[in-house]
Write a protein that binds this ligand. Structure first.
Ligand code: IMP
Length: 442
């Protein structure tokens, strides 16, 4: 199985980092292919916690090649901070390779992301405010700045100047708001232009980022081909998740990239036939951060228990995640969209003591129609009420389970129900935060 994609099957934060970490042990290369530092992966290794936003989870293995592919949007400041943090903890980052074609999140992208959210007011998306949307927008507009541009000061300056020219109006609005806020706060003194948006400062700063990143910059598509052609295992590590997909998720409450498996080809530069397996990762319940439809959301004690026991706070923004029952209508949709070959169910231990367990098996529309499939129409989805199947819960602590026979019967039945409903086998089950707290099935 040389090419294997790991994909979020819900709204993100399913625990893909841990699955990637486990599979990375048997792989030669780990590749991120979309998203940016809106992602957050936590890995617990020998009791030590590592949080990554940009660097692929495989970096903890010094002999593996870790790739940030062309489909990623990269904030160089954040990447360098992650590199420095790992070096301080004695981790070798020599095998980190960054695509010369990846687009850069510039300071104005971050400012425009926040400004856009403020402008949308009660319709805001709840973005991570990391500049993701504005950066992908510039890529599509063909005024983006790429990693390779960091290596040529003249080109870099010209491109930043051109990009800024496109943003005059929006940036002017920003500086007017900044002035108003300063006045309201009673701040004295001259109004100075925002130094983060100064062409000269920005160019100088990014040239220095380029010097530091240069040893990592590479033709990463070719690195992937070489690995695949040599029969090595390459893990394509998805960020965010299927229901946040720009095309197939709950638009407009989505991210600005395609986190589904098909996008691994574009974001890494490989062909569809290079991906042999697609592993979906879903929690044993469901969570979502930010705004947007979430049919099985719970605002009661059960939801609270999921939040607290599952420590459902964003790795990137620290926000509380919305929690709810597992939605099998949405999960079956994700299985089909990604062509999943296997499923991992994480955090099964969190459901301890909840009885009965519920899983959504269909929706009912506002007009009373039964819906077996995930609705493609936004208004229908917003009005969809889930209908549940009830399954017996379990009381045992699952943290020490290491094989299927260690799991209580009710937990096994819960897993079997999921696998039968969505039509793919569950190969791996998470029973705690530790790397070893997993149960492999078959
Ligand atoms: P953006 O990706 O920052 O533009 O945010 C768009 C939407 O995707 C918001 O609802 C975010 O909360 C959500 N989102 C982005 N990245 C992640 C993630 O890694 N996990 C969960 N939700 C995410």
């Amino acid at each position: 199985m040389p090419g294997i994609a790991i994909i979020g099957a819900q709204w993100g934060d399913e625990g893909k980092g841990k699955v990637t970490d486990l599979l990375a042990e048997h792989a030669e290369m780990i590749v991120r292919f979309q998203g940016g530092n809106n992602a957050g992966h936590t890995i617990v290794r020998d009791g030590e916690e590592f949080k990554f936003h940009l660097i692929p989870s495989g970096i903890l293995y010094s002999e593996k090649t870790c790739v940030i592919g062309n489909g990623v949007v990269l904030d160089p400041r954040i990447l360098l901070a992650e590199i420095d943090g790992l070096k301080r903890r004695g981790i070798d980052v020599g095998n980190l390779k960054v695509s010369a074609n990846a687009h850069l999140i510039m300071p104005y992208h971050v400012l425009l992301d926040t400004a856009g959210e403020v402008k949308l007011g009660k319709y805001s998306i709840g973005t991570t405010r990391r500049g993701i949307g504005p950066c992908y927008a510039d890529k599509a507009l063909r005024i983006g700045i790429r990693v390779q541009d960091l290596l040529d000061e003249k080109i870099l300056r010209t491109k930043i100047r051109a990009a800024l020219a496109f943003k005059q109006q929006a940036l002017r609005e920003l500086s007017v708001r900044r002035r108003k806020l300063r006045r309201e706060a009673g701040e004295e003194g001259e109004d100075s232009p925002d130094p983060r948006l100064d062409l000269h400062t920005m160019t100088e700063e990014h040239v220095s980022f380029g010097h530091r990143l240069e040893p990592h910059i590479a033709d990463t598509a070719r690195l992937c081909w070489d690995a695949l052609d040599a029969g090595q295992t390459v893990v394509f590590e998805g960020a965010q998740a299927t229901l946040l997909d720009l095309d197939h998720g709950t638009y407009p409450f989505v991210t600005s990239s395609n986190p589904i498996a098909g996008a691994a080809t574009i974001g890494a530069g490989v062909g569809p036939t290079d991906i042999d397996e697609v592993w979906g990762v879903a929690k044993a319940y469901a969570t979502r951060v930010g705004a947007g439809p979430f049919p099985t959301e719970l605002e009661d004690d059960v939801g609270r228990q999921m939040l607290e026991r599952g420590q459902e706070y964003g790795t990137t923004t620290g926000r509380e995640r919305r929690c709810g029952w597992l939605d099998l209508v949405a999960l079956r949709y994700a299985v089909r969209l990604n062509g999943m070959t296997a499923l991992t169910i994480t955090k099964l231990d969190v459901l301890k003591g909840i009885d009965p367990l519920r899983v959504a098996v269909r929706y009912r529309s506002r007009e009373g129609a039964l819906l077996d499939h995930f609705p493609y129409h936004q208004s229908i989805l917003h009005g969809a009420a889930p209908e549940y199947e009830e399954l017996p819960g379990f009381d045992a602590d699952l943290g020490a389970c290491r094989s299927e026979s260690d799991l209580p019967r009710e937990a096994r039945d819960y897993l079997d129900f999921i696998a039968d409903f969505v039509g793919v086998p569950i190969d791996l089950v998470g029973v705690g935060p530790g790397r070893e707290q997993v149960v492999w099935r078959d």
